[in-house]
Structure formats: structure tokens, C-alpha cells
Design a protein around this ligand. Structure first.
Ligand SMILES: Nc1ncnc2c1ncn2[C@@H]1O[C@H](COP(=O)(O)OP(=O)(O)OP(=O)(O)O)[C@@H](O)[C@H]1O
Ligand SMILES: [Mg+2]
Length: 456
């Protein structure tokens, strides 16, 4: 702004106007007036300009205030601004709603009065505390309009003025009610999950027990039916022998005795009794060893290996299966004279029984049923193949035949455990392998491979 003239000229026509003014001084006065008026115009224009600027700044300030207010109002967490003495300067609607009070009742009051008495000491410590540190996730309770605790997790941070001097602190608090409810729900869900898990565990245990019982029953079935068959035959022999001896003791003449001897097939009967008793003993031993092997379910370590010849084990398995069969197939052997192994003979016998039994079952409706059993050795491995000319395994079943309880037999005829047990015995107990293929005979071919020396 330019300065006003040093001395004001007299206005034209005023009381001090001299008559007949000199044209020169009059001109100077006019000039001065013009300058004054121009200066005033400029000052006025400046004023107007400042006024406009001021109004604009005012409007900006109001906008900023509205913005800050709307942000504060939309915060769902509780917000409390305090001065350095712990008196409330500003709160947000979330706080007002939580404590059920008006702003006027709260502003200027000590912060502690908003909180439950047990937290007063803690709250009183805030102004001191924030000088050195912030308060993070501290749990306190406000008092609601009914004096009930309203739990919050609060953070408290220092607030500085424009000279960067500590001027107070700001508290933000997140209501814990929802969190606590969510936590309780989570806890309940966790508990129910634990119960379900326990139940599942229990039913899994029962299922395992069921599998164990079914597996044992499956393994016992064969030697017991073999024993059963033998005992029937022995009972029949005993009846015939008694009849023959009664006749002799009754003084039957020689011709009649010979005729009776032939009729009752006494010679065959006597020669068959030895193997029958031997076979029955074997069956009984097998039952006893199966029962002993039950231990492997509780102690899954390998059973002791023994030295044995594979060929007689194969022969015994064939005998067992054929004896129990109502429609024995023709057996074709391609076996060496001897095949010594160090492994578990009982397990190998059980696997062969299962493979042969399956082949016999598969051949039930085959016109000229044939089973080929071959064995050999290579690179320290003994192999045995059991194949048949039955219908074979359907392609969609090949990946499932070793699964527990997989069976294509009618309900009550098969448990679907034979191959599952055999696979477990072959791989885990005998350190070998068991695989399925198609046979050139038309049916299935199972191949068992065993290390020739498995020492445990
Ligand atoms: N030689 C075979 N020819 C055709 N299918 C076979 C043969 N061996 C096994 N299978 C198929 O594999 C399935 C499973 O055999 P696995 O011995 O495990 O049980 P299963 O014989 O059905 O019942 P279980 O052994 O309890 O009597 C059989 O149901 C059958 O479908
Ligand atoms: Mg079977």
C-alpha cells in the first residue's frame, strides 16, 4: 500500500479557499486530490481482495473441519483426545454411544471418569507413560450408561502441537465384546471339533479292530476248513474200520472178510490215514502260527526268517486248496526240483494259498479249468507265478484288487481281504513284491517275488 500525502490540500470551494487562486497552486491541489483518491481506490481494491481471500480460506477451513469431523464420526473404534493433564478435549460418536453420554458432559472432564474404577490407576498413568512410550493393546473397560463394563483394547499415543511440544495424547479403543464373542465361538467350535475328532478316532479304532478280526478270520478259514474236511474223512474211516473189526471179531469167514475189505476200501483207508493225520497236524500248526502272528498287528516288526525249500511249500499249498475244492482244476507245474530260500515259510504259504484259492474261484464256470504254477530264480530273487485260464481281472478292477475289502464275489462269498493280506505279507513281512498281469492262458497271472536271503 502506498503512503498518504504528507499534508492534505484544502478542498476546492472550502472555507479556507482564497479568492482568485493562483492557477499554479490550484493545479497542485487538484493533483494531490487525484493522488489521494487513486490511493484510496487502490486500498479499497486491496481490502476487497483480502476479504475475498479471507472468505475463501474460511470456506476451506470449514471444508477441512467438516472432512475431519466426518472421518472422526465414521470411525467405529472409540476415539478420545486428551490434554497433557488427562482432561478430555474431543471424543467421537462411537465413544458417546459406548458410554451413553453427551459431548458436553464429557469435554473438559478427567479421562478416568469414563472408565471402570479398577482401571483408574492405569489411566492416571497414561500422561506420564506416553512421555517415554506408547501404550499398545491394553485391555480396559469403559462404563456404559448403566454402569456396566464395556471392554476395550486401547492404544494410546502422544500428540504434539505446531511447535512440536507434547500437548496431550490420543486414545483409540476397539470394543472387545465382538472379539470376545468371536473368541468364545471359536473356542466352542474348537471344542466340538475335538469331540468329533475323538469320535472319529474311536470309530477308526473300531474299524481297525473290525479289519483285524476280518483278516484273522480270513486267514483261519483255510486251515480250519482243511482240518474240518480231514476230520470228516477220519470219522468215516473210523466207522468203516470199526465195521471191519466187528466183522472179524464176529467170526466172519475169509471170503466174506476179503469182500468186506474191498467194499470198505480198507487198504486205501489205511494208506490215507497217515497223510490225513499229518495234514491235520499241519493245519492245526498253521492255525496256531496265525494266532501267534496276531502279534504282528500290535508289533509290526518282521517275523523271524528261516531256511526252507520253496517247492514243497508250493506243493502243500496246492494240496490244501485242491482238497477244499469241489471242482478241482487241472494243475500244470513248471517247477525246479528245489528252490532254497531264507524267508518266512508260513507267510509264503499263506500268500500261495490265497492266490491259488482265487484262481480256483475264478475258474468255477470255465469249461476246462487250468492253473499253471511256475517258479524260478534270477539275480538273488525267487519268483513264483500263479496263472489260470479263467475270465481274468477286468481292466477297471486291476488297480483295486489289492485294496482291503475289494471283492467281485457275491455277498457272503468273499471278504476281499485275500489279496490285501497277501500284498502286505509279500511287501512288508517278506521284503518282496506281488503284482498282477494278464496270463497267456487267458486269465490272471499273479507274480510273487522274494529275496532269496532275507535275514532278520
Ligand atoms: N485269479 C483271478 N482271476 C480273476 N479275478 C481275480 C483273481 N484273483 C483275484 N481276483 C479278483 O480280485 C478280487 C479280490 O480278491 P481277494 O482275494 O482280495 O478277495 P476275494 O477273493 O474276493 O475274497 P476272499 O479272499 O475274502 O475270499 C476278487 O474278488 C476278484 O474279483
Ligand atoms: Mg481271495
Amino acid at each position: 500500500m502506498s503512503k498518504a500525502p504528507a499534508s492534505l490540500p484544502q478542498p476546492p470551494g472550502g472555507p479556507s479557499e482564497r479568492r482568485g487562486p493562483e492557477p499554479r497552486s490550484r493545479h497542485a491541489d487538484d493533483q494531490a486530490w487525484i493522488e489521494v483518491i487513486t490511493e484510496m481506490d487502490r486500498i479499497y481494491a486491496d481490502l476487497v481482495h483480502y476479504q475475498v481471500e479471507l472468505e475463501q480460506k474460511n470456506a476451506d477451513l470449514e471444508d477441512a473441519q467438516r472432512f475431519i469431523q466426518s472421518v472422526i464420526s465414521s470411525i467405529s473404534d472409540v476415539l478420545i483426545v486428551c490434554d497433557i493433564n488427562g482432561r478430555v478435549q474431543k471424543v467421537n460418536p462411537a465413544l458417546l454411544e459406548a458410554v451413553g453420554q453427551d459431548e458436553e458432559q464429557i469435554l473438559g472432564q478427567p479421562l478416568r471418569q469414563l472408565f471402570a474404577p479398577e482401571y483408574h490407576a492405569l489411566i492416571d498413568g497414561f500422561p506420564e507413560h506416553i512421555r517415554s512410550d506408547t501404550v499398545v493393546d491394553c485391555e480396559v473397560s469403559l462404563l456404559d450408561s448403566e454402569g456396566q463394563p464395556f471392554p476395550l483394547a486401547v492404544n494410546c499415543s502422544p500428540r504434539y502441537d505446531h511447535d512440536n511440544r507434547l500437548s496431550g495424547f490420543v486414545i483409540t479403543g476397539r470394543p472387545l465384546g465382538e472379539l470376545q464373542k468371536a473368541y468364545r465361538d471359536l473356542q466352542a467350535a474348537h471344542e466340538s471339533l475335538k469331540t468329533t475328532q475323538q469320535q472319529l478316532l474311536q470309530s477308526e479304532k473300531m474299524a481297525s479292530l473290525g479289519r483285524l478280526v476280518a483278516g484273522v478270520a480270513h486267514e483261519l478259514n483255510n486251515p480250519i476248513s482243511f482240518l474240518y474236511g480231514n476230520m470228516h474223512a477220519l470219522a468215516d474211516y473210523e466207522r468203516k474200520l470199526k465195521q471191519y473189526l466187528d466183522a472179524i471179531h464176529g467170526g466172519i469167514d475169509e471170503n466174506a472178510r476179503e469182500a468186506l475189505r474191498k467194499k470198505l476200501r480198507i487198504d486205501f483207508l489205511l494208506s490215507d490215514m497217515g497223510p490225513l493225520v499229518e495234514g491235520s497236524l499241519e493245519g492245526a500248526e498253521r492255525v496256531s502260527s496265525i494266532v501267534q502272528n496276531l502279534r504282528r498287528f500290535s508289533m509290526p516288526q518282521q517275523q523271524a526268517s528261516e531256511s526252507f525249500d520253496l517247492v514243497p511249500v508250493i506243493e502243500r499249498a496246492i494240496t490244501w486248496v485242491l482238497k477244499a475244492s469241489s471242482r478241482p482244476p487241472r494243475i500244470e507245474r513248471q517247477l525246479p526240483n528245489t528252490l532254497p530260500l531264507i524267508n518266512n515259510a508260513g507267510h509264503v504259504h499263506q500268500i500261495l494259498i490265497n492266490l491259488l484259492q482265487n484262481a480256483v474261484d475264478a475258474l468255477q464256470h470255465t469249461a476246462e479249468p487250468l492253473i499253471r504254477i511256475s517258479a524260478g530264480q534270477h539275480d538273488g530273487l525267487a519268483w513264483i507265478e500263479v496263472e489260470d485260464n479263467g475270465p481274468g481281472v477286468a481292466p477297471e478292477h486291476t488297480s483295486r484288487v489289492f485294496d482291503p475289502f475289494f471283492t467281485t464275489k457275491p455277498v457272503g462269498s468273499g471278504t476281499g481281504l485275500g489279496l490285501y493280506i497277501s500284498y502286505g505279507l509279500a511287501t512288508e513281512q517278506c521284503s518282496g513284491s506281488l503284482s498282477l498281469d494278464r496270463s497267456e492262458l487267458g486269465g490272471a497271472r499273479f507274480r510273487l517275488e522274494l529275496p532269496m536271503e532275507q535275514r532278520t
